[in-house]
Design a protein around this ligand. Structure first.
Ligand code: 13P
Ligand code: SF4
Length: 301
């Protein structure tokens, strides 16, 4: 089947199934092109909660689809590839979190949304890269446990007087964007502005002009007067930036900053997902109820 045929079949099935396609900013171009809504983790959670369609085809990684299923338990949430997980989310399990909490009695726990539903069910409140500082400030107590991203924890610690106790997790894609990559690109393009994601290493963040979630990068790309920007995040986002701003140049700080899980979904898999109504993302009721509390506290801030 040609790409245009797949796209029109997807459009037809969306109507028949009362479905909507939502996709993360890191998805490959052909998936971004068929999405009804594109965004960062926070925007996708907020959007999933207010959608009127009965079926959500979620193009992103597993924790994101789980979040949509938790916020809309009456809807069918499908993932075109169930194997698209997030290695950082796998760096902490619910039992590890329970043990960690025992070492810090009475401390509140902030979990990055990049965690499983079971882990969210054990925490006090969730955060995303765009609201982490605000969440930590809103939580009671002077010492806060923060899981699983140590780089995001270190970034938040720059803006609060609270003591942040980090879990030792990280995103391999962002952690592999090194200072030497940034220095090399900056030498080639000294006038370029540098935007990086808060999952990057502290020394990379130190050299950045702006530290932004993927959603905020998309907004900034529309309003910036700069013509050359060095981007320190998963390179899938550059497709959308270029589409929306053809007059500006977005350069990956590290060309091969690819999240292999985000790339598992493609147009054919989206079609199969809608055709066969697979793969359904289910979260057990008890876990869903407890995780929902932590997500809703964040969304309501
Ligand atoms: P955003 O919340 O900025 O979209 O980030 C999600 C993510 O997985 C970053 O690696
Ligand atoms: Fe997880 Fe990193 Fe991939 Fe985001 S880019 S989904 S944090 S592995």
């Amino acid at each position: 089947m040609k790409k245009s045929e797949i796209t029109s079949r997807i459009e037809q099935l969306k109507k028949e199934r009362d479905a909507v396609i939502i996709a993360h900013n890191y998805q490959i171009g052909e998936v971004q092109d068929v999405a009804d809504f594109l965004g960062d983790s926070l925007q996708l959670s907020q959007e999933a909660a207010k959608l009127k369609e009965n079926v959500i085809v979620f193009c992103g990684v597993h924790f994101m689809a789980e979040t949509a299923a938790i916020l809309s338990p009456e809807k069918t949430v499908l993932m075109p590839d169930l194997g698209a997980g997030c290695p950082m989310a796998d760096m902490i399990t619910a039992s590890e979190l329970r043990e960690w909490k025992k070492q810090y009695p009475g401390r509140k726990v902030v979990c990055y949304v990049n965690t499983s539903a079971e882990v969210k069910a054990e925490c006090d409140i969730c955060c995303t890269s765009s609201n982490a500082v605000q969440v930590v400030e809103a939580v009671e107590g002077d010492e806060i446990l923060f899981a699983p991203d140590k780089n995001l924890a270190a970034y938040v610690a720059r803006f609060t007087k609270k003591k942040i106790v980090p879990w030792d997790g990280y995103c391999y894609v962002h952690n592999n964007i090194r200072l030497r990559h940034l220095k090399e690109k900056k030498e080639q393009l000294p006038e370029a502005e540098v935007w990086v994601h808060p999952e990057c290493r502290p020394e990379v963040i130190d050299m950045a002009d702006k530290v932004l979630s993927t959603g905020k990068m998309i907004k900034e790309a529309r309003i910036t007067t700069k013509t050359d920007i060095l981007i320190g995040t998963e390179s899938g986002i550059i497709y959308r930036m270029k589409q929306e701003n053809p007059d500006k140049n977005f350069h990956a700080i590290k060309e091969m900053a690819h999240c292999s899980n985000m790339k598992k979904i493609n147009l054919r898999k989206v079609l199969t997902s809608l055709e066969d109504m697979i793969y359904k993302v289910d979260v057990p009721q008890d876990i869903s109820r407890r995780a929902k509390g932590a997500i809703e506290k964040m969304v309501m801030l």
